[in-house]
Design a binder for this molecule. Sequence first.
Ligand code: MG
Ligand code: MG
Length: 261
Amino acid sequence: MIHYKSPEEIELIRESALLVSKTLGMLAAEIQPGVTPLHLDQRAEEFIRDHDADPGFLGLYGCPSTLLTSVNEQIVHGLPNNRPLEEGDIVSIDCGAKKNGYYGDHAYTFSIGEISPEVEKLLDVTLQCLYKGIEQAHKGNRIGDISYAIQQHAEQHGYGVVRELVGHGLGKKMHESPEVPNYGKRGKGSKIKDGLVIAIEPMINLGTRRVKQLSDGWTIVTADGAPAAHFEHDVAIVDGKPEILSTFEYIEEALAKKMVS
Ligand code: MG
Ligand code: MG
């Protein structure tokens, strides 16, 4: 069953989503060759707790960390470890926070220094997929319209669209109905109505769409070892239109500052 949110609930989800956005912005300033995902995880946990909130993933389904940090061929659910990030890597950082009983859930794929043009394009196209999906999240459409738009755009570029993991409703629970797949058919699935709050999160592979899970029971990697990207926003339907509750602004500001210095 889909729980449609009141305007008050949407504001609470926005508050949690923006805290995650700020957390990712804080991390953006720190990410550089030599930094470990474990260090980023500790910084994120402190930051979230300092803002009177709890990490959203820690303890959820037994998750041991605040962040999920997925490097290169890791698509999602990578567990933070001590391997320093290296020039040319990409790292997808997924972060959740819970404040006042409501969750935010938001992800961004960062480049470590210079990356290959091929991978740069994967990141650009995955980000475009996210916004193409969001554009479809309006009254009169169905979830399948979001899914179709994401899949079309990714496949046009020859990329693999992950099937095993999907976007989702969001609120008092991290994962609520409906599922929001990154593949599907136009006009299918639940109707999009005011009060719907969903996390839209394309997971796009440079090569095959096939995935494997590592023996840690968490990390999902591409079956062919090619890199993958993941971007996620929290979106509410307000007055028939999509309103993005999270923002990449803090990340973009931090990255712009790094360029200058
Ligand atoms: Mg997420
Ligand atoms: Mg999510």
